[in-house]
Ligand binder design. Sequence first.
Ligand SMILES: *Cc1c(COP(=O)(O)O)cnc(C)c1O
Length: 367
Amino acid sequence: MPRPLIATIHIASMQHNLAVVRACAPGAKAWGVLKANGYGHGLERAMRGFADADGLALVELDNAIRLRELGWKKPIILLEGFFGFEDLHTMAGYSLQSAVHCTEQLEWLEAADANLGERGIKFDLHLKMNTGMNRLGFKPEAYAAAHARLVALACVGNITLMTHFANADEAGHALLPIAEQIRRFEAGAAGLPGMRSLSNSAGVLRQGELDGVLRNDWVRPGIMLYGGTPGGKPAADYGLKPAMTLSSEIIGVQDIAAGDAVGYGSRFTADGPMRVGVVACGYADGYPRHAPLGTPVVVDGVRTRLVGRVSMDMLTVDLTDIPGARVGSQVILWGEGLPIDEVANAAGTIGYELMCALAQRVAVVEG
Ligand SMILES: *Cc1c(COP(=O)(O)O)cnc(C)c1O
């Protein structure tokens, strides 16, 4: 019998969550973001889950090629851009779109232009503006000049105007509210033609309250398609469904007495008699080792708590109030019945990191 730890991927939930995106951002086209192996769900599975998306977005050139080989015909965008001159030939060969965020990328395009132009190649590009995130992009005051350099090239087709939000999940952020980033974007893009691509999941989820101010022709949701949120309200409040359930079983039970300790470092000691269940799931599976005492876990449908330190292959939970639990009882680590954001929050991280960290050795099924 294989180890009982299983990640179940819910393709139907991905499809459902895409419909939620459509409802939040009516009229906008949607990229399905599936970088990082579809946020840990598998590239090919995410491709199927987002079959109705208008395009797929990622940062890995090899996986972009893989999507074409798997038969994806609609647009594909490289969100981080291309990393060198030679990537332009791969982009042309596989009909890939790309972000353009720095002067070096403009220079590579200019250097390749005569050759690519002669071959009739035209790239659809997404010119990125740095509106305060200070990661990738041209400053608002340098944006129109970068745009003009692209317009001058024979190998450039459509140019989409793009930026990225730092704090779209926090209404009224003190330092850089979304309204300020939108204002800077409008100033830098004033008078420039082209479609607009601004919102990640956090922006999509706030579209309703920002209607008329936040205008997208394309949106770029990632986490919400997998049933997580970027912060704020629980995913279920937005009608999102988890796309991954990580489940396992109790593989051992210990009855312990007051003062007995559990696990490495003997970090947890019992106040009184208790039953401790041992679960086949540890940090080598992607469960966060720093998850503290009290992190929620569901056993036989009953919510309980993590006790003791998470070890490589196992973790331990409190079964005192679940007397029926025994070896073979079902355990949900996150997913259906236990939102990943709650587990992440308890462990001081975000659902994104937990999904992306799912380890290779975990068996994956669809259901
Ligand atoms: C990853 C990414 C997204 C998706 O972000 P979520 O918070 O997962 O919705 C959108 N745009 C860009 C440029 C990204 O890199």
